[in-house]
Design a protein around this ligand. Structure first.
Ligand code: INS
Length: 338
């Protein structure tokens, strides 16, 4: 059975996922599209060759009898309502991050899913599917550097759009580290702190950039992450785990080492969509395969809630300029770790 997918939100990443699902991956076809920009979506549907039906209202798309599963790539504040509508319709849904823009919103989704009695939601934390992070996790699990003690990370973007303001460096950007480090270390967070660095002259008016976020885990591991989204020089993701007997680092993306014109070096990626491009394929193929079997093995609604709750605590820590507790609701047995 081919999985017939409806996509809500057809901006850049929604379009990429539509092409990926329809043309590249196995076992799925895109049959329905929805976006607040209807004309552009109709144009995309034609030009891409997908030729899916374009719906004016996402509610109708979710209800359509020929739509088996949903992918949500609309803007963050719309996710909660749309995911809840999918759960209500009893349809599997892949939701891009963030699952919800507040801890309370994430928890509402968790509660709705528990009530529905089966897992329907997967959250788009694609770094868990990245070959480099997977190798790093295997290295830690093998005990090669002993127990993890500290982690030093950097999340750098060359620039961000004008609409990226306020706390988005936490809710939109740092949220990736929040999820992937929790998965990498198999641990949960207990407290956080946010320190604002000297402001770069390249940061736009509504944004303080760079910042540093400190997290503490239940086991006492300390994590520092530099978030610098106007760094100009490239899209640069760093993760160095300090263990008892060594340091294990996230591999750099492949690039040809150059000696040329009196210099030695290699290219740094500029576009974030390219950095994890392979992991998107692995992630969505796994989602298709699982969904056809009625399973969710990727990041769950609980993981999405956890990330939203931690991001909210970081925003609070930033406001209060102090160390804030990460308060998490009791985890339903439904989401027990394997
Ligand atoms: C994007 C995306 C990228 C991240 C950017 C964020 O939405 O999630 O992976 O590096 O900072 O704005």
């Amino acid at each position: 059975m081919t999985l017939r997918i409806g996509i809500i939100g057809c901006g850049a990443i929604g379009q990429d996922h539509a092409r990926r699902l329809h043309f590249k991956l196995q076992g799925a076809t895109v049959v329905a599209l929805n976006d607040i920009h209807r004309e552009a979506t109709e144009a995309f549907s034609e030009a891409s060759g997908i030729r899916a039906r374009v719906y004016e209202h996402y509610q109708d798309l979710i209800q359509a009898p020929d739509v088996d599963a949903l992918l949500i790539a609309s803007w963050g504040p719309a996710h909660e309502e749309q995911v809840l509508a999918c759960i209500d319709a009893g349809k599997p849904v892949f939701c891009e991050k963030p699952l919800a823009t507040s801890a309370a919103g994430g928890l509402r989704i968790v509660e709705a899913e528990v009530k529905a009695g089966r897992k329907l939601v997967q959250v788009g934390f694609m770094r868990r599917y990245d070959a480099g992070y997977r190798q790093l996790k295997q290295t830690l699990q093998a005990g090669t550097i002993g127990d993890a003690l500290m982690v030093h990370c950097a999340h750098r973007n060359p620039s961000v759009p004008e609409m990226y303001v306020g706390d988005m460096n936490i809710t939109d950007t740092h949220v990736h580290e929040i999820d992937v480090l929790r998965w990498l270390l198999d641990d949960d967070y207990v407290s956080c702190q946010v320190i604002e660095g000297r402001k770069s002259r390249h940061a736009h008016a509504g944004l303080h950039d760079p910042i540093m976020v400190l997290l503490e885990t239940r086991q006492g591991i300390r994590i520092d992450t530099e978030i610098f989204v106007a760094c100009r020089f490239g899209y640069d993701i760093q993760c160095h785990v300090v263990g008892e007997t060594g340091v294990a680092s996230l591999p750099e993306p492949m690039s040809v080492p150059l000696r040329s014109q009196g210099r030695q070096g290699g290219a740094i990626l500029m576009d974030w969509k390219m950095r994890f491009i392979d992991s998107y394929d692995v992630e969505l193929q796994a989602w298709i395969d699982d969904t056809r079997k009625g399973l969710v093995t990727g990041p769950t609604a609980w993981d999405g809630y956890f990330a939203s709750a931690t991001a909210e605590a970081c925003v609070e820590a930033r406001r209060s300029k102090s160390i804030a507790p990460v308060r998490i609701a009791e985890r339903p047995d439904f989401y027990a770790r394997a």
